[in-house]
Design a protein around this ligand. Structure first.
Ligand code: DGL
Length: 276
């Protein structure tokens, strides 16, 4: 019988936890193993090659720890590394799967807009990759997709500085520019998994006729459908309802940041990622 393992979740830092929390609500029966590469975050301002290298190292780490399925709960990694991993690397790991978060969003968000015009807020890396524009062209061609990069938002989350006055001013500056540049939008997609952590601030700044969409729920339902279609993979997933956390950062820092950023009590283990 095939050996069973947890579903792996990967992000550059804390952002992927916003996706994992929603996935656990929809698929509570599985085991999960989360890896945050906090020591090397942010990824959003790094080159294609570096994001690819770091992401693949972390995916291999999760494979080595028994994961048969890994979710890149990071838009930057999904934009810059997913396709190459699927096309070039998985050939050496038969039966293992890696999925991202951009396609599920492109498949589902278009129908939420009445004006058929949206904006995706994301890291510079995701915006420059044009992944959202291309995925919407495929899955929601009637939607006008604008993009805006918010390079300060991930550091604001990682350093837990988004609630202070200076942090709020940074966020406000981006939102004002978006509202000015794209007056016809009625949907803002948070195209970075760190950004839902900023929701309490964003909700005060964005007018009520504009919906702010986080990806967690969308990814969760998309994963549920994916597993229904891939029953051979489900057979390789363990189901003891456990959830473990790994970080490349000091584990006490990870635990206290997660507590103050997301209000979650969890225990984490610090690991070193093999770089060769
Ligand atoms: N959570 C990652 C994303 O969704 C943040 C990337 C970063 O580290 O800059 O893009």
């Amino acid at each position: 019988m095939a050996k069973k393992g947890p579903i792996g979740f990967f992000d550059s830092g804390y952002g992927g936890l916003t996706v994992l929390e929603e996935v656990k609500k929809v698929l509570p029966e599985y085991d999960y193993l989360y890896l945050g590469d906090n020591a090397r975050a942010p990824y959003g301002t790094k080159s294609f090659d570096v994001v690819y290298e770091y992401t693949w190292q972390c995916v291999k780490e999760l494979f080595n720890r028994g994961c048969e399925l890994v979710i890149l709960a990071c838009n930057t990694a999904s934009a810059k590394a997913l396709r190459s991993i699927q096309q070039n690397e998985l050939i050496n790991y038969p039966g293992k799967r890696v999925l991202g978060v951009i396609r599920p969003s492109a498949e589902n968000v278009g129908k939420l807009s009445k004006t058929n015009e949206i904006v995706v807020l994301a890291t510079e890396g995701t915006v420059n990759s044009l992944s959202y524009v291309l995925e919407f062209e495929k899955h929601s061609p009637g939607t006008v997709v604008n993009q805006h990069a918010c390079p300060f938002w991930v550091p604001l989350v990682e350093n837990n500085e988004f609630k202070n006055e200076e942090g709020v001013q940074f966020i406000k500056k981006d939102i004002n520019k978006v509202l000015f540049d794209f007056p016809n939008i009625d949907v803002i997609v948070l195209g970075c998994t760190h950004y839902p952590i900023l929701l309490p601030v964003l909700e005060k700044l964005v007018p009520s006729h504009i919906s702010i969409i986080s990806q967690g729920e969308i990814v969760a339902h998309s994963l549920r459908h994916y597993l229904k279609r891939h029953t051979w993979l489900v057979k390789k997933l363990s189901t003891n309802k456990t959830c473990k956390f790994l970080t490349t950062e000091n584990s006490a820092v990870f635990e206290s940041s997660v507590k103050s950023i997301l209000g979650l009590d969890l225990k984490a283990k610090q690991i070193e990622i093999k770089t060769h």
